[in-house]
Design a protein around this ligand. Sequence first.
Ligand SMILES: Cc1cc2nc3c(=O)[nH]c(=O)nc-3n(C[C@H](O)[C@H](O)[C@H](O)COP(=O)(O)OP(=O)(O)OC[C@H]3O[C@@H](n4cnc5c(N)ncnc54)[C@H](O)[C@@H]3O)c2cc1C
Length: 544
Amino acid sequence: MKVVVVGGVAGGMSAATRLRRLDEAAHIVVFERGPEVSYANCGLPYYVGGTIADRSALLLQTPESLHRRFRLDVRVRHEVARIDAVAKAVEVVDLATGERSTEPYDELILAPGARPRRDEPAGSIPTLSLRTVSDADAIHDALTEPGVPVAVVGGGYTGLEAVENLVGRGAVVTLIQRGTQLLSPLDPEMAAPIAEILRGRGVDVRLGTQMSAVDGKELILSDGTRIRAELIIDSSGVVPESAIAAEAGLRIGDTGGIWVDENNRTSHPDIFAVGDGVEKMDLVGGEAALVTMAGLANRHGRMVADVIAGRAASARPALGTGIVNVFDTAAGKVGWSEKQLRGAGRPYYAVHVHPGSHAGYYPGAETLSMKLLADPESDRILGAQIVGRDGVDKRIDVIATAMHAGLPAAELTQLELAYAPQFGSAKDAINFLGYVAENTRTGTTPTIQWHELDAAIAAGDPVIDVRTPAEFDAGHIPGALNFPLDELRQHTDELPTGPLVVHCQVGLRGHIATRILTQLGFAARNLDGGYRTWLAGGGVPAQL
Ligand SMILES: Cc1cc2nc3c(=O)[nH]c(=O)nc-3n(C[C@H](O)[C@H](O)[C@H](O)COP(=O)(O)OP(=O)(O)OC[C@H]3O[C@@H](n4cnc5c(N)ncnc54)[C@H](O)[C@@H]3O)c2cc1C
């Protein structure tokens, strides 16, 4: 059996090496357009920033090492220009010599990845993307001295990684984001702290604007402002490399990605496709989506090798689990955001909590901001977002695991998670999130969301702040009345008639107050996530 693989990085190389482990006799040829195979694209920003000092650490394998260990025939600087699905052959261009040749196959695996959405240079300012080792070299070499002004276009995962590492190299960075928030997979109140962290590190964050023209060494933005830049890093997004698949007549989905079935087989029975160039089935939406993540590319590459080797295997729907580090803070997400759910008209309930990353009495605990979205009928978890300095990765992975297993939100209360004070709490942040979800869904504690507060105040609902007078004086919701929680029972006859909005700093004291008041017959709702979430959502406090 002869198997040809197009693309020799994440998905392609996972397929090729797994196939060898399953079939010692297969003839496996890998064509890679670039000069390197199997390199660590996720590590590229950290080479630019200097955290990865040794460039060779990025190059996980070479054609020679892959031949030695796996007997793979890996040909770099070879581009597959055309697929003849009827004759079962690919036309290959040797990019060093320009020679064309034809390579027949029994099975073809496409792993061509994605390419930057915009590839034209921006006038007289050099424009680079950060996708390949050569890109990283070019950026690395352009930062010859501190103070180089660099504009990064796009505030998604890779844009933020680029910003962090450019700052690490002493560049003066402007981040330009078309949307009104960074990290668009997150909801605005969860992403807002990231912009503040960047500003605190000297990054000029421009939201709600985009590049419209270049004048010499200046970028002109759509809001009319100008930015000086010696270099532009384009992180504005990627599109699937699906051109040769389309030309070969393979079905392309509405997303622009190559259509595949649950075995990652394309519309042609002898051709498989994996990775960023391919549509995935989205777990929450139940429809095809583009999810460009390394784990999925690797997993599906391995799975396709299993299928070709005759094993029963299939792809699970994608959750879109992701995490990014921005200086001392991490932001993780899984599943859908509230924006997505609302846009799709899906019923959901949301909870925000701010527990400690580990027991508060043990030094070093950091506050986590966690958001969970779940279906009010089935309690199925639809998504989660977590931002914080410590413990974000393990919490988002627990929720991803729960979603994979189909656990309802209330089951988060039952998970028995590893605990010693350095690592968590006896009631872990995940359990706590489950308790709040359960209280919210069952109506034990009625809640109101940060973005619903203005309408409630406009309707005349009094806001009761149950924090201490010192907290209240430092800043409070305009018009709020201060009744500290521990004195609330003595003052209930002074409370205005409801429906009341009750709140504290993060939601916990507000929950207790709401329980007291509702049991006394008041109509009361707790502001979910408290003052902290309201502030993150853009609330403007009054101060005494
Ligand atoms: C800077 C950066 C950081 C990232 N960080 C993360 C992260 O932290 N976590 C995460 O989950 N994901 C991350 N990703 C995304 C992750 O790298 C991709 O999801 C993954 O590499 C996709 O694998 P793939 O095999 O589909 O494509 P790729 O790994 O991009 O490989 C595709 C290869 O195919 C080659 N090719 C394309 N067309 C042809 C052709 N016609 N002939 C021959 N060769 C061809 C290309 O040259 C390319 O080398 C990051 C990506 C980048 C760029």
